[in-house]
Write a protein that binds this ligand. Structure first.
Ligand code: CUA
Length: 339
C-alpha cells in the first residue's frame, strides 16, 4: 500500500509541474489561448481531433468492459473459441472502422495545412526576414529595411509573412499564442503567414535543440495597433542619437569607448559602426530585454552582460572584452541612450 507521505510527495511534484505551465500569467506560452488566425486554426484542429479521440476511447473502454462482463469464461466452464474460426462481418468492421477514423482526422488536418500555408505572400502583407543565429533572432523588415533583434514588432489586422532563414544550424520558430512551430533550416527559406488579432506581448522560444544555449534562445513578439506600429517604425528608421545630441556626459564618454572598441567589428549602430555578426544595436535602448530575452534591459544587466557574456549565456559567441569600472558604466549609459 502506498504510504500517505509518498502520496503527499507525488502530489507536491505534480503541483509544481502544473504550476510551471502557468508561471507567467501575463504572457503564457500556451497554445490553448490563440491570438492569431494561424494559432486559432491549429487550436480548432487540436480540439476537433481530441474530441474524436475521446469518442473513440469511450467506445473502446465500454466495449472492453462489456466483453469482460458478458463474454468471459470461467475456468472449467467452456473451451475457448477456436482461433481458426473467422467472422467476416467483424473483419470488415475493424478494417473499415479505422479507415473511417483516419479519414475523419485527415480531412480537417489537410484542410488546415493548405489554409495556413499559402504558397505566395498574401497581397499587402508585411514581409519580414527572420534569421536564426546561435543563439539569437534577427528581424529585418522588407519594406523599410529596419533591422532589430529578439523583439519582433508587428501590427494587428495585417497579414504578416515571415521568411525564416538560418545562419548556422537548424532552429525552430515558435510563439505558442501566435503560431509555429516552423523549422528554420540553413540553405532554405521556410515561410509562416499569420495575422495577429489583439495587441500584446507574446513570448517565443527556439523549439529545436541547436546547441549549448538553445534554451536561452528566446524572443518576444510585440503586437501593436497599426498606429503604434507606425510610430515604432518611424522611430526605428530615424538615426539614433547623433554624437552631438548626447546630453549625458557618461553616455558621451561611452560613445567614444564604443567607437574605439572591438564592439564595432560585430555590432552595427546606424552612423557609427557597420558590424553584422551580432545584433544591430542602433536602437538598443528601445528594447525591453537583452541577451535574446534572458535579462531585462537595464544598465546593470548590460554591464553584467558585457563583463562576461558566457556566464549568462553559455557558449555565447561574444567574447569578454575586459571593459570594467567607469568605462563599463559609461558604455552601458551610451547603449541605453540609443533610442
Ligand atoms: Cu535555436 Cu534551439
Amino acid at each position: 500500500m502506498i504510504r500517505r507521505s509518498s502520496l503527499i510527495r507525488i502530489w507536491a511534484v505534480l503541483a509544481t509541474l502544473i504550476a510551471g505551465c502557468a508561471s507567467d500569467r501575463d504572457m503564457p506560452m500556451n497554445t490553448l489561448a490563440p491570438k492569431s488566425d494561424l494559432a486559432e486554426w491549429i487550436y480548432h484542429l487540436f480540439i476537433q481531433v481530441t474530441l474524436w479521440d475521446a469518442g473513440i476511447l469511450a467506445v473502446v473502454v465500454v466495449a472492453f468492459i462489456l466483453a469482460v462482463f458478458f463474454f468471459s469464461t470461467r475456468i472449467g466452464e467452456a473451451a475457448p473459441p477456436s482461433s481458426a474460426a473467422s467472422d467476416l462481418g467483424l473483419e470488415v468492421a475493424w478494417t473499415v472502422g479505422p479507415a473511417l477514423i483516419l479519414l475523419m482526422i485527415s480531412i480537417p488536418t489537410v484542410r488546415t495545412i493548405f489554409r495556413s500555408q499559402p504558397r505566395v505572400a498574401p497581397a499587402g502583407s508585411l514581409e519580414i526576414t527572420v534569421t536564426a543565429h546561435q543563439w539569437w533572432w534577427e528581424f529585418e523588415y522588407g519594406d523599410s529595411g529596419i533591422k532589430t533583434a529578439n523583439e519582433l514588432h508587428i501590427p494587428t489586422g495585417r497579414q504578416i509573412r515571415l521568411n525564416l532563414v538560418s545562419s548556422d544550424v537548424i532552429h525552430s520558430f515558435w510563439v505558442p499564442q501566435l503560431g509555429g512551430k516552423r523549422d528554420v533550416i540553413p540553405g532554405q527559406i521556410n515561410e509562416l503567414t499569420l495575422e495577429a488579432f489583439v495587441p500584446g506581448t507574446f513570448l517565443g522560444q527556439c523549439a529545436e535543440f541547436c546547441g549549448l544555449s538553445h534554451a536561452n534562445m528566446r524572443f518576444r513578439v510585440m503586437v501593436e495597433t497599426p498606429e503604434q506600429f507606425v510610430y515604432w517604425e518611424k522611430r526605428q528608421e530615424a538615426i539614433p542619437v547623433a554624437g552631438n545630441q548626447i546630453t549625458s556626459p557618461d553616455a558621451a564618454e561611452g560613445a567614444k569607448i564604443f567607437a574605439n572598441s572591438p564592439c564595432t567589428t560585430c555590432h552595427r549602430i546606424d552612423g557609427v559602426s557597420k558590424g553584422y555578426m551580432g545584433p544591430d544595436l542602433s536602437h538598443f535602448g528601445t528594447r525591453t530585454t537583452l541577451g535574446a530575452g534572458i535579462l531585462p534591459n537595464t544598465p546593470e544587466n548590460v554591464a553584467r552582460w558585457v563583463t562576461d557574456p558566457d556566464a549568462i549565456k553559455p557558449g555565447a559567441q561574444m567574447p569578454k572584452l575586459g571593459i570594467s569600472g567607469d568605462h563599463l558604466h559609461d558604455l552601458a549609459a551610451y547603449l541605453e541612450s540609443l533610442k
